[in-house]
Design a protein around this ligand. Structure first.
Ligand code: BUP
Length: 442
């Protein structure tokens, strides 16, 4: 969902600005959330054309992957020959392709072969996008430094990235995750532009370093066009509970669509929320893929917990409309894994974040959140699964976030900047997006 959501948003954004849009989605999907969103999207936006990219079956015999989402990436890569006829079948013919940065190795050479401009869309922060772009060079020239005794990774033009923020698989170039990332990064210079779901005032130095050639002189223009506008999606029942809560009082808790915590950590988190004394809305996941998430809330947290907190919190197993929740005035804080869409949604609504990054780009994103003044981050809570953080500590940090007036004001300022960037015709993100559309009209 972290990749699908920004594409649905971008499709709606382009379409509402007069572009004729065709959305190509992969079939079959991994999660129920993906298929539900895709079908709801097409029924809500009937003027957006649909093309299904039917990929070859998953599970290649020699795959070492166990993560269902990575198995899907592998299947997509093996189905690349099916993409060309699909692109050529589009009527009217395509004038540009907007593709996911983790699909560049597949799409960019094909777009070049078909002489169609290809904009690569990065679904992460400008800071992580810089690390991603620079990855091939870290392994070739600087590998001693990368794996060595220094505590930082130095990417030209950027403040040093602490080694502890780098996703651990990046230290092993032979892993699928890493070699796949490197191949996608190597092809980036061939794109017409790189679009980011961020905005100038949120990551000014990094965006400047990407664009002035400091990070890599070979990169095409990097265009921040975020926070992406939400697309229309249904309201959830839980909103009536939120409506009854006082302004800024509720803690919203979600670790995104791909992250399930251990049962021990789920229980400690429940304990922490109870100790915090704050009302809470918690999206609970106990399995990576939603269709396998069968465990009942009572079995995970116990009936006595549910009894004690029944007037103070609601726990949702399944999908909520997060953007709508974060827009609600009752939400005063967000415990987040710092998936980048979640960060941009919090920024857009000026909601303070308690960062609890667990995998992948999330630690680098958490640093960005902290530096932008949108949130706080307890570094020693570790990567996901490294340790079980105790309820007492969680409760204390939640109280700290909810009562920190300076943080709340700063987060509100971030929200104002975010809205300025994407609402006003003179907003930096709107101008960048309109610039692309104008180029395509020429
Ligand atoms: Br869960 C959940 N409702 O219940 P991220 C997520 N979302 O609207 P992730 C909901 O999914 P990656 C839910 O608002 C965001 O737009 C949420 O993307 C939405 O994290 C998206 O925040 C989730 O980037 O993706 O899912 O972990 O691994 O790609 O970062």
């Amino acid at each position: 969902m972290g990749h699908l959501t920004p594409f649905l948003r971008l499709a709606a954004m382009l379409s509402s600005r007069g572009c004729l849009v065709t959305l190509i989605t992969v079939k079959p999907t991994v999660s129920v959330a993906e298929s539900t969103h895709i079908s709801t999207f097409f029924s809500t936006y009937p003027h957006i054309n649909r093309l299904d990219f039917e990929i070859l079956p998953c599970n290649p015999p020699n795959s070492t992957n166990t993560d269902p989402f990575f198995i899907q990436f592998e299947a997509i890569s093996r189905s690349v020959h099916l993409l060309k006829p699909l692109l050529l079948s589009s009527s009217p013919p395509l004038s540009a392709i907007f593709s996911d940065f983790v699909g560049s190795v597949t799409v960019t050479p094909l777009a070049e072969h078909l002489s169609i401009p290809n904009y690569v869309v990065s679904t992460t922060s400008a800071r992580f996008s810089s690390l991603f772009s620079y990855l091939p060079f870290l392994f070739s020239e600087n590998s001693a430094k990368f794996g060595g005794s220094d505590n930082d990774v130095q990417i030209p033009g950027l403040s040093p990235l602490p080694l502890s923020t780098i996703p651990p698989p990046f230290f092993n170039p032979t892993l699928f995750f890493t070699s796949f990332a490197i191949s996608n990064a190597q092809i980036l210079p061939k794109a017409k532009g790189i679009l980011l779901n961020t905005f100038d005032r949120f990551e000014p130095d990094t965006i400047a370093a990407l664009n002035n050639g400091s990070v890599l002189s070979s990169l095409p223009p990097v265009l921040p066009i975020g926070p992406f506008e939400p697309y229309k999606f249904k309201k959830g029942d839980y909103l009536s509970w939120v409506d009854d809560q006082s302004v800024g009082s509720v803690v919203y808790v979600s670790f995104g669509s791909r992250t399930a915590m251990s049962k021990d950590q789920i229980r400690e988190l429940g304990d922490g929320l109870e100790r915090s004394g704050c009302p809470f809305l918690w999206v609970l996941k106990s399995s990576k893929v939603d269709k396998e998430d069968n465990e009942e809330i009572e079995d995970l947290l116990g009936n006595s917990f549910l009894e004690r907190t029944k007037n103070r919190g609601i726990i949702v197993k399944g999908w909520v409309n997060q953007e709508q929740i974060l827009a609600h005035p009752a939400i005063g804080g967000f415990i987040s894994h710092c998936g980048w869409n979640s960060v941009m949604e919090a920024a857009r609504h000026g909601v303070p974040v308690l960062a609890w990054p667990l995998h992948g780009d999330q630690r680098v994103n958490a640093e960005v959140v902290e530096n932008a003044g949108l949130g706080m981050w307890v570094r020693d809570w570790g990567w996901g699964g490294e340790k079980v953080v105790k309820g007492e500590e969680i409760g204390e940090k939640v109280r700290e976030m909810m009562s920190d007036e300076k943080l709340r004001n700063k987060a509100m300022e971030v929200g104002e900047e975010a809205r300025k960037a994407c609402q006003d015709a003179n907003g930096s993100s709107v101008k960048a997006l309109m610039g692309i559309i104008e180029t395509l009209r020429l």
